[in-house]
Design a protein around this ligand. Structure first.
Ligand code: SF4
Length: 96
């Protein structure tokens, strides 16, 4: 169940989600649950795959490198719904 705006304490732009590229599997729970449309699915660029572990590369290949991206990070109100929803524990909130 989505929270109301009252649960989002921060003004937009104070915090932003940080996605762990070694964990994200593009399952899109964050895309669905974010009340402010912060996320979109995309493909991890090859340059960002290079630093990942062998296991993460295997995982990424199996999922076609589909991952979530914070394309609208400026709209984040730090409600934490995405952090709770991610099944891979791939999202943290960071002060900008
Ligand atoms: S904390 Fe996550 S779900 Fe909440 S507004 Fe920010 S990006 Fe969206």
């Amino acid at each position: 169940m989505a929270r109301t705006d009252d649960a989002c304490k921060q003004e937009p732009g104070v915090f932003a989600p940080v996605i762990d590229r070694a964990r994200c599997e593009g399952k899109a729970d964050c895309v669905v649950i974010c009340p402010y449309d912060v996320f979109a699915l995309g493909t991890l660029p090859p340059a960002e795959r290079a630093g990942l572990s062998f296991l993460s590369k295997v995982k990424g290949t199996l999922h076609g490198w589909k991952q979530s991206f914070a394309v609208n990070a400026d709209a984040c109100r730090a409600c934490g719904l995405c952090v709770e929803a991610c099944p891979e524990k791939a999202i943290k909130l960071a002060r900008r």
